[in-house]
Ligand binder design. Structure first.
Ligand code: NAD
Length: 333
């Protein structure tokens, strides 16, 4: 099979649910002939590799290792879901602390072992923050690091299709921007249903204001709903969509959803958040985000929430103060 590239793709967190599904998806989508799986949990990792061997794929060299140096050396693309998911009894701060420290170490390892990596997609939560930490410690350019923030937009599409009883194919251009937590900005003004602007339907019998508010809540709590239904956090959709992101960075099909990217434009500064972007072989480029005054206010609120999270990580000592970021990574202005 002709793959998009023969360069090395490393999947970090490959023994986990998202990582193992990403490996299988990447092979099935023909991304590369060279996949390396990494996870500190060696038995689980070997199990994943064995399963992939047993699929009988052709034209792909699958390697696995619990040695991070070996995993990252020569890697040109990385997708990283290697971190804890929130469990019962764990506070958000616990998760933030643990995963922030993992992101710091990962960023430093990238700098040490694969400074020539072309693109990294960060998935582990809180992805807006772990992505930002990775960017700062890796020394990469902002165009080289993205985070998975698209599921909120795909969930909006699904909720609207369910509400109107139509195929998801006729629900177009669903967008959420800002944080990937529950404080995100769910836009109406970009979307169309069967060719009709969604915004024109809100407040009519077709979609009352209350129903729209309910849909927005379902979108922001979409991840929690999967946990309630399945007893564990989502893994099929994050795996698939992240692999679509790295495929776009390899020169594959354009990525169709917002991506988490580094934004510093005078209005929103020193932050990683869901934005309108394009991902190509040259990395991620920011586009314009336009909304109604109400939507823009929601985006500002989401941004403020992200700033508070970022400042918490600065207070923990994982990130230095913003004034020192340029010294840590000269690509950050
Ligand atoms: N961004 C999103 O939209 C999104 C969606 C769903 C889940 N997530 C997040 O993705 C992460 C992974 O989820 P999962 O369901 O695959 O969890 P999982 O527990 O099944 O797998 C996580 C894997 O990470 C490994 N790991 C632990 N420490 C590591 C380290 N220091 N370096 C590398 N790997 C390490 C573990 O051994 C495990 O195999 C979680 O943080 C979850 O919250 C993000």
């Amino acid at each position: 099979m002709k793959t998009l590239t023969d360069e090395k793709l490393t999947i970090v967190g490959a023994a986990g649910m998202i990582g193992s599904n990403m490996a299988q998806t990447a092979i099935m989508m023909g991304l590369t002939s060279n996949i390396c799986l990494y996870d500190p949990y060696a038995p689980g990792l070997e199990g994943v590799a064995e399963e992939l061997f047993h699929c009988g794929f052709e034209g792909v060299n699958i390697t696995f290792t619990s040695d991070i140096k070996e995993a990252l050396t020569g890697a040109k693309y990385i997708v990283n879901s290697g971190g804890a998911a929130r469990k019962a009894g764990m506070t958000r701060e616990d998760l933030l602390k643990g995963n922030a420290a993992i992101a710091e170490e990962f960023g430093k390892n990238v700098k040490a072992y694969c400074p020539d990596v072309k693109h990294i997609v960060v998935i582990f939560n809180p992805a807006d923050i772990t992505g930002l930490i990775t960017l700062l410690y890796s020394g990469l350019k902002p165009s080289q690091v993205t985070t998975l923030a698209a599921l909120d937009s795909t969930r909006l599409r699904s909720e609207l299709a369910k509400h109107f009883g139509v195929s998801m194919d006729v629900v177009e251009n669903c967008r959420t921007y800002g944080g990937h937590g529950e404080q995100m900005a769910v836009y109406a003004s970009t979307a169309k249903v069967e060719g009709k602007p969604l915004a024109d339907m809100i407040g009519t019998d077709a979609l009352t204001k209350d129903q729209w508010a309910e849909i927005q809540t379902k979108v922001t709590k979409g991840g929690a709903n999967i946990i309630a239904l399945r007893g564990r956090s989502s893994f099929q959709s994050p795996s698939y969509v992240s692999i679509e992101m790295i495929a776009a960075a390899m020169g594959g099909k354009p990525f169709r959803w917002p991506a988490g990217a580094y934004v510093s434009n005078g209005k929103f500064d020193h932050i990683m958040m869901a934005w309108e972007t394009s991902i190509t072989k040259d990395g991620v480029a920011l586009k314009e985000v336009k909304g109604t005054p109400e939507e823009e206010a929601a985006l500002e609120k989401s941004y403020e929430h992200l700033c508070a999270l970022r400042d918490e990580v600065i207070a923990m000592g994982v990130l230095p103060p913003i004034s020192e970021w340029h010294a840590l990574n000269p690509n950050i202005k």
